[in-house]
Design a protein around this ligand. Structure first.
Ligand SMILES: Cc1cc2nc3c(=O)[nH]c(=O)nc-3n(C[C@H](O)[C@H](O)[C@H](O)COP(=O)(O)OP(=O)(O)OC[C@H]3O[C@@H](n4cnc5c(N)ncnc54)[C@H](O)[C@@H]3O)c2cc1C
Length: 375
């Protein structure tokens, strides 16, 4: 942190209070945020903060992104899938040709287009090499056929990165990333239903279908077939850190809500905080959050310095999301029956946390990646 980041944090907090918190219930009910949120965030300089200015970004670092993620987590906001949007912008920053960067990044930075990435299919999630979506070169286009599921920002996306096979007989080397501009306007693209989830209800999560969807060949990310798997690998540390930053901050916020409650609530003539069980458990959880924040700060600096390796990012993702789920569950217990009522923020923290151990690579896959480095 420094003075500039502190000022930035104040602005982000104001934006959250004004543009997000009052609308959460409405977004939960409709299962997506209002489209205008994206353009407002773009106008406020909150999109693509670490994308170079020449492409419309704010020219900051991942520290700016981390501040936004922390403020979202602190406010209990999971409906705005900004993290996914930024993962997409960094696929383009890191792997796009200069022409692709000029064409796509300014629109992501302004919020004119919302980014989404479609990897997961009904038949495969963890095993990305096994994707079945096929992109066949026909003249100036690729013709794409297949189906994707669980796609965040699938409802609003204006720029969709599709993980597909350009060579179906190859494994990793047959995978490419194709970028679709304004998918909803393309014949051959169809959105399925918005999926009902146990938490993160205001975040749009959709099924997508491609039936002879034509994508211009110049939209192949990086311009070379068979690079998709390596492009995905290159960006995964960022994606995993994004989840970890939100996870540890959400755990911290849950603890703060709980402390406020146990200081006030009385049972058997004393405050809940006066029971030794409460004191010891909260002391343990406070210790874990502090350890997690120190590790995350280190990871953030490593990412800024371009030296965050896949194993360390995997450690951050599995450990922080595991702790988030444990801590939020334990915190909820201190609220008794009120913890189960959605008007109490802790209930929402609980429901929103569970998926963190699943998406962005399951925690089992994270441990597998770390274990490979130990062989
Ligand atoms: C709310 C939400 C949002 C999402 N957003 C996106 C998105 O924007 N884009 C996108 O592409 N995907 C998205 N996903 C999909 C998500 O990334 C996948 O669900 C996840 O990668 C797991 O894949 P799967 O569901 O097919 O589970 P599977 O791969 O079938 O795994 C099932 C279980 O088997 C375990 N397992 C699998 N392989 C191994 C192994 N080798 N060793 C040990 N255990 C293993 C897993 O850990 C898991 O517990 C989202 C999912 C959700 C729920």
């Amino acid at each position: 942190m420094d003075e500039e980041l502190s000022l930035f944090r104040d602005n982000v907090r104001k934006f959250m209070t004004r543009e997000i918190t009052p609308f959460e219930e409405q977004w939960d009910a409709q299962q997506y945020v209002d489209r205008a949120l994206w353009t407002r965030a773009g106008a406020a300089g909150l999109l693509c903060t670490d994308v170079p200015e020449e492409y419309g970004g704010a020219g900051g670092t991942f520290a700016h992104e981390a501040v936004i993620l922390q403020e979202q987590a602190r406010a209990g906001n999971t409906s705005w899938a900004k993290g996914v949007h930024e993962i997409v912008s960094h696929y383009i920053v890191g792997c796009g040709t200069p022409e692709q960067k000029r064409r796509w990044l300014p629109r992501l930075a302004s919020g004119e287009w919302v980014g989404a990435i479609a990897m997961t299919e009904p038949g495969t999630g963890s095993d990305l090499q096994a994707v079945q979506t096929r992109a066949e070169r026909q003249g100036k286009n690729y013709v794409v056929n297949g189906a994707k599921t669980f796609i965040s920002n699938g409802h609003h996306c204006g720029l969709l990165v599709i993980v597909c096979k350009t060579n179906p007989v190859e494994g990793a080397r047959g995978v490419s990333l194709l970028v679709v501009e304004q998918p909803a306007e393309q014949p051959g693209f169809r959105r399925g239903r918005l999926l009902h989830k146990i938490g993160q209800k205001g975040q749009d999560t959709a099924e997508l279908f491609f039936d002879d969807l034509k994508v211009p060949a110049e939209n192949l990310l990086g311009g070379q077939e068979g690079q998709g798997f390596y492009q995905l690998m290159k960006q995964l540390p960022r994606e995993r850190l994004i989840i970890a930053v939100g996870a540890i901050t959400a755990a911290e916020a849950a603890l703060e809500h709980t402390l406020a409650y146990v200081r006030e609530r009385k049972a058997f003539g004393k405050r809940l905080l006066d029971f030794q069980n409460t004191r010891f458990r909260l002391a343990e959880r406070h210790t874990e959050v502090t350890l997690g924040q120190v590790f995350i700060d280190r990871c953030i600096q490593c990412l800024i310095d371009d030296r965050l390796d896949a194993e360390t990012a995997s450690m951050a993702k599995w450990w922080c999301t595991q702790k988030q789920c444990e801590i939020v569950d334990e915190c909820l217990q201190f609220f008794g029956g009120y913890g189960y009522m959605l008007e109490y923020p802790i209930a929402r923290f609980y429901a929103d946390a569970r998926v963190q151990k699943i998406y962005g690579g399951t925690n089992e896959i994270m441990k597998e990646l770390i274990a490979r480095g130990l062989e």
